[in-house]
Design a binder for this molecule. Sequence first.
Ligand SMILES: [Zn+2]
Length: 535
Amino acid sequence: MSHSRYLAAAVAVGVLWSTNLRSQPAADLLLVGGLVYDGSGEAPRRQDVGVTGERISFVGDAAAAGLDAPEVVDVDGLLVTPGFIDMHSHAELTEDHGRDALPFLHQGITTVAIGVDGAGTPDVAELFAGLAGRIGVNTLAYVGHGEIRRRVIGEVDRAPTAAELDRMRALVAQAMNEGAFGLSTGLFYVPGYYATTEEVIELARVAAAFDGIYDTHDRDLGASYRGVGYLNSIREAIRIGEASGARVIFSHFNAQGASNYGRAPEGARLIEEARARGVEVAAAQHVYTATQSSLAAYTIPRWASNGGREDMLERFRDPETVRRLDVETLEMLAIRGGADKLLFADPRPELNGRTLAAVAAGWELPVPATVRRILTAGNAAVMNLDLYDIENTRYLARQPWMMTCTDGRPPSPTQNITHPRVFGAFTRKLRRFVLDERILTMPFAIRSMTGLAADFLRLDDRGYLRVGAVADIAVFDRDRIRDRATYESPRQAAEGTVHVLVNGRFAIRNGDATRALAGRPIHRTTRTADNAPGP
Ligand SMILES: [Zn+2]
């Protein structure tokens, strides 16, 4: 019997139907007639999905099994997938404008990884207590090396003393005990930049003792000023994983800068070689060609940030230092494609939506002086257009270890221009790489957003659509899948996402947000503090 006929029959028999099946297995909710992609990468199958409470209780032919439910939703012809996992997110879940996570839910994302780029708090229990019951998506957290270093030794360019390193280790252990999934770094940023590889290995060892992950924002993705270079940066992260025993994920993995266009296969080869040696190494990507970060990170050499913000501003007032900065800021910008490739995504209206070149022209100031004037009032959020090569991105998308991330930060209410990835990254990968260009199959792309991530995270009850798993489920209309957010007009939700369930509750229903705050913090449970070996 076809599913539409089954539905019609169910309606026709009415009361008799439910009476007859009172003794049969029941679910709270049945999604009937969808094309189920289970997260394994296997071909889809036409199946019904039953949800009981917060768990998936049935996958199969509901009519044949005599399964009834008080709520039956016809998803005939629609794609049914596990909820997507965003492996690198700046979801702002502690902010009023970020709590409901709507930009993510509208892409089918039900879980986000936060605390990335070295910025995650070690006070994970406190963070999670503040999020419980108040968030639209599930979240897992990393503890950040940069945040720990800042707390213990400040933003200073020096090595920690033995006692300081012990305190840093203790903060990693605290975070892991409180449920963190691992250690993140932002070695491109201050203060992570000031750390040696050995320092990071020492801290990653603590995370590894809890079966934790090493999540890296590399020291140099290819566009760092006087950096170690694209390939050496990849080698460093792999070495940290290999020496510490932590499995490694490269955040927003790609090769930055025009000099690295076409070079993704070289980076991928290093990862393949490490995997062949038995090191568990993986990566996540979005498929935009612009990045978003901070103006200081893109235009101020790290020596000039040594000591923190006040020290930097003092250097801005010293004529001799300013002459050096005038040269070096322009050299840094040249690597990034120039001042007209930096587009502000900052809430300040005099910056938002303008390029650095346009702001400098408007102020009738040289670009380096413009940078310093902006930074004197505060660091600014800025995109770097065309930093990634789309051919590199396509190549990386096809790798079996490539997951998906937004790297997205929901904009504050007054912020018109922001990176569109927060609204469209997952949908764009499906639209462009699967449906339009056909360089990925749908099962492969969906796996990169679900099962592959869950396996890496050791989440044993999410990321797959199977009986017993938590009911994080997304339902899509294949033909309508489309990202609408652009650089010019980013505040546009993705299309084609029909239903989203988070922990068994509808977060999106018939394309509309229910505003149910059904998400929850996810604690790492693979190994507890009690049975973890000491660092
Ligand atoms: Zn990052």
